[in-house]
Design a protein around this ligand. Structure first.
Ligand code: EPZ
Length: 425
């Protein structure tokens, strides 16, 4: 197993280029199953999760060509040869569930091993299934799998119990080829939903309202292959914004979309970080800043993103004073608290709330990446901690950050990837 060795690095300075969005490219890759010809996806990030999705699509019958040097993917599916996603791949990545909607829409039947939970929560798919049922599918649950069957999906009216990102994406992909019109309310409004809807509308779908709480879809008979450029990754953007803040550095983020990170900009400014939106990109300057503590509460978009909670908490541990963090989206997304405490942070948690008494110096030690974003948080904490920090379980991080080490090194970060020696027993 590999790990990161991170040393105290002083202020990170320079510029970084934001890659394409992991959480936009994955549903768009799944949506290519809705047409036979090959789609071209550009600005696709080179990530473990993208590799897993490529293999998933190949198992289903897609032809997938990866031009990683050009950050391009070419994906076409003449025939969906397997209507069941393989458990081995589903268990690796929850986003595998996103192939359900397209397979159901195209073939009338799909079987999915239940994806199971992960470190941050049970992560059920009841809302996905509720959407398929509303579109006329029969849902059968078996031992460890679920099946949806429909001769022909029919447009429906549905009010989602929770604005689930994945459920919104799956229901959109199932409804675009249904007979008639669907109106789905209380949907997720994330930029990744808008990017998926833009991709599908280019293909010939008729989707209105993406980015608002109500989406209207008029079913069409066929979709055609298109070329689409993926939006920049707003969570990678937030990660590098906090990298500047936590190290009291100064970073220019090229290819960042300020509109997609408004809550992060607002919170960093509340803390006293200077942020400028310039022609060249977003400048985040925390040099000589007199920083003050603040509170964050995670919410579905356009609220403060849950994916930024652990990363922002690492930053809050370096600011004198008391900060409060309230995680409302996932039921178990404080696994990083114990790791930050090992570094000397003073954090008290109760249920989904955490109180951070910031300002105590962090000390390097060995810690775990407990999920993708918590791993990034530990790396950033390592840049400001005394001495050296060993971050293990870094496969989480490599799932979702393209060329993470290269980008951090270019900013002056002291970070190396080493293979963990397996001790003989
Ligand atoms: C997407 O996950 C993202 N992943 C997550 O990013 C992100 O944290 C999450 O949205 C919230 O923004 C991708 O886009 C690939 P949800 P998703 O369905 O779709 C509950 C990262 O780090 N829920 O909006 O799985 C669920 O348990 C990852 O990049 C149900 O109860 O998130 C959770 O508590 C981590 N029933 C809440 O909704 C359902 O049927 C939000 O989940 C579906 C969800």
């Amino acid at each position: 197993m590999a790990k990161f060795l991170v040393k105290n690095s002083g202020p990170l300075k320079g510029e970084v280029y934001i890659s394409g969005s992991k959480n936009a490219v994955l549903p768009i890759m799944a949506a290519t199953l809705l047409c036979e010809e090959k789609c071209e996806i550009t600005d696709a990030p080179r990530l473990r999760d993208v590799d897993v999705m490529c293999n998933m699509l190949r198992r289903i019958g897609a032809e997938v060509i990866e031009d990683y040097d050009g950050n391009r993917l070419y994906i076409g599916t003449k025939v969906i040869s397997d209507k069941e996603a393989p458990y081995a791949l589903v268990s690796k990545m929850r986003a595998s569930v996103l192939v359900m909607g397209p397979i159901l829409a195209r073939t009338g039947r799909v079987r999915m091993p239940l994806p199971g939970g992960c470190a941050i929560g049970a992560r059920p798919i009841d809302l996905h299934l509720k959407g398929f049922a509303a579109l006329g599918a029969r849902i059968e649950e078996g031992k460890g799998y679920v099946e949806a069957v429909a001769d022909k999906l029919q447009g429906c009216n549905l009010y989602l119990d929770f604005p689930s990102v994945g459920a919104t994406e799956n229901i959109i992909m199932a409804a675009v080829l249904a007979e008639g019109t669907s109106v789905i309310e209380n949907v997720a409004q994330e930029p990744e939903i808008v990017d998926l809807a833009n991709f599908l509308n280019k293909m010939g779908a008729k989707i209105k309202g993406a980015g608002t709480d109500t989406i209207k879809i008029e079913g069409v008979k066929k979709l055609n292959a298109v070329c689409h450029s993926v939006i920049p990754d707003r969570i990678e953007t937030g990660t590098f914004m906090v990298a500047a803040a936590i190290t009291r550095g100064n970073i220019l983020l090229r290819n960042a979309l300020p509109d997609h990170v408004k809550p992060i900009i607002a919170k960093l400014k509340e803390c006293g970080v200077e942020i400028y939106d310039t022609f060249d990109g977003l400048i985040v300057n925390a040099e000589n800043a007199k920083l003050v503590a603040t509170d964050i509460k995670t919410l579905p978009y356009p609220g403060f993103p849950t994916d930024m909670q652990s990363i922002f908490m690492a930053f809050l541990t370096t600011i004198d004073g008391e900060s409060n963090v309230h995680e409302t989206v996932f039921e178990n997304r404080f696994m990083h608290v114990a790791e930050l405490e090992r570094m000397g942070a003073d954090i008290v948690t109760e249920d989904r709330r955490a109180i951070i008494k910031g300002g105590k110096p962090l000390k390097g030690t060995s810690v775990f990446a407990t999920d993708l974003r918590a791993g990034a948080a530990m790396v950033l904490a390592g840049f400001v901690a005394e001495g050296e920090t060993e971050v293990s379980e870094i496969y989480h991080i490599e799932r979702g950050y393209e060329r993470f080490i290269d980008k951090l090194k270019a900013l002056g970060g002291s970070i190396e990837r080493v293979e963990e020696k397996v001790k003989e027993v």
